[in-house]
Unconditional design. Structure first.
Length: 195
């Protein structure tokens, strides 16, 4: 009986213990493939999509991967010609990114990769993507709201410099687009060197 109880408690402990962390090397590889797709051609986007489709990561990291996957699907829209195919990719990508935002919970705030909370990484990725959408899709305000959320979240102060700089740069670009030169200058002045 004691052996059964010990086995049961070990089994339960393994079930309810937080999932193992996503390996930082695995994250860095995923991020590198994503960036290559963002800056690349249709072939690099397709390769990245296949990579993300095969990537299996534990909860809560799967939400980050979903945000990357949605962004990649939206990027794919820039590499197809027929308008209905463009819309198909944008809609599918938007749906995946919206799902990722809906999945955010406290565990995404407390779980970190490279010193930054998952929730901040997810919001940053999605804000960048929404910012690139054509105006008729009405995602610009969503991007602005995500930028405000990131700047106001307690996790922002502990984020790594690269992430902070990306948020400040996106906020400055948004302020410039809105015609607020003072805000744009203020955000640009907050960008730090990572030396």
């Amino acid at each position: 009986m004691k052996a059964f109880l010990l086995f049961s408690s070990l089994l339960i402990a393994n079930i309810i213990t937080p999932a193992q962390a996503m390996d930082e090397a695995q994250y860095n590889e995923a991020d590198a493939r994503y960036l290559a797709a963002v800056n690349g051609n249709k072939n690099s986007v397709q390769k990245a999509i296949r990579y993300f489709d095969k990537l299996t990561v534990p909860t809560p990291y799967n939400t980050l991967i979903k945000s990357y996957r949605g962004s990649l699907e939206s990027i794919m829209a820039t590499h197809v010609y027929m308008p209905w195919n463009k819309m198909k990719h944008v809609e599918l990508g938007s749906e995946q990114m919206d799902e990722a935002l809906d999945e955010l919970t406290e565990i995404h705030d407390t779980t970190k990769l490279n010193g930054t909370s998952l929730s901040l990484l997810i919001r940053l990725n999605i804000a960048h993507s929404y910012f690139q959408f054509p105006s008729f899709l009405n995602r610009y305000q969503d991007a602005k709201d995500l930028i405000s959320d990131m700047l106001e979240t307690p996790q922002f102060s502990s984020a790594n410099i690269e992430v902070k700089n990306n948020v400040y740069e996106l906020a400055a670009t948004t302020a410039g687009k809105d015609g607020d030169k003072q805000k744009q200058t203020d955000f640009l002045s907050k960008i730090q060197s990572d030396d």
